[in-house]
Ligand binder design. Sequence first.
Ligand SMILES: Nc1ncnc2c1ncn2[C@@H]1O[C@H](COP(=O)(O)OP(=O)(O)O)[C@@H](O)[C@H]1O
Ligand SMILES: [Mg+2]
Length: 328
Amino acid sequence: MAAIEVSALEREFKGGVRAVDGIDLEVQAGEVYGFLGPNGAGKTTTVRMLVTLLRPTAGSARVAGFDVATEPAQVRRRIGVALQEAALDPLMTGRELIQLQATLHGIAPRSVADRGDELIGRVGLSRAAERRVGTYSGGMRRRLDLAMALIHRPEVLFLDEPTTGLDPTSRLTLWEEVRRLRDEGTTVFLTTQYLEEADQLADRLGIIAAGKLVAGGTPAALKAEVGRPHLDLVLADGADLAAAREVVASFGDRRPASDGCHLSIALEHGAAEIAPVLRALDDAGFAVAELELKQPTLDDVFLEKTGEHLEGGDEPEPEPAGGPAVLG
Ligand SMILES: Nc1ncnc2c1ncn2[C@@H]1O[C@H](COP(=O)(O)OP(=O)(O)O)[C@@H](O)[C@H]1O
Ligand SMILES: [Mg+2]
């Protein structure tokens, strides 16, 4: 049985905005599914429907075997949710919040403290557990929110942009935790606007743009679909580029791009073709100053499918160090 099955799912808001415009997807149990798209693509709206916080205006979805519209209580019992804007009471400590969450989820009173400690340790907040959440950094709040989402050992975990705005270290900590959850068999549905995050974490991913899924598959398959690796060469100053192009034109796509003293060759047979290209250039008397083998990236995939680059992707905001954080 698929952990998540989505069929022709739609959500139209008042005023006619169709934020989610007919999405079909399936996530297998135990998979990490990445839902990659820019701001405003419809990621959060999709997640809110899958976690029963928002009703679909058309189509259907089943999560952990239950229909989100007609069996929402069954769905909720089996899922954990960490939304983009976590509302954490700034005056409570991390430990108080997690114990409250445990109590709300009906964990037996004698187990509440142990379960709380286990999760606090797991997300690396043991030393901050007695501090008020208002003093936590963004990364610490995301980790606490994740711990709270895990309190009842959900089968399916939804993470809506768990690392947006985090510094690289906090991001890596969250990635490790997602991998650990996957290793333990939890299904994870994770939205992101970061190409690298989707590439690193997702077993399979869907690319969403303007409410529609424009591509889906494993990161490797998606990249292989859009292109071959390119060999980028920089020739020594003063090289006769036209002549060099002739030499490399017998490789790859025969239409090497050139610019200044720079040549880019699409390799038909991948890395195995590097040595023959270099040998041919050397035989013709060209000195190569630099070379780089560039694999197609998910950005190439995004560009091919949408005609645009996925922006805002790769530079997270630095996180303010220390000091009371303002809750949004
Ligand atoms: N409650 C709402 N009412 C009207 N429009 C909304 C509402 N929520 C989201 N939208 C619109 O739906 C689109 C998708 O938003 P969202 O799902 O939040 O995208 P993402 O999470 O990918 O950034 C956007 O154009 C957004 O402005
Ligand atoms: Mg969002």
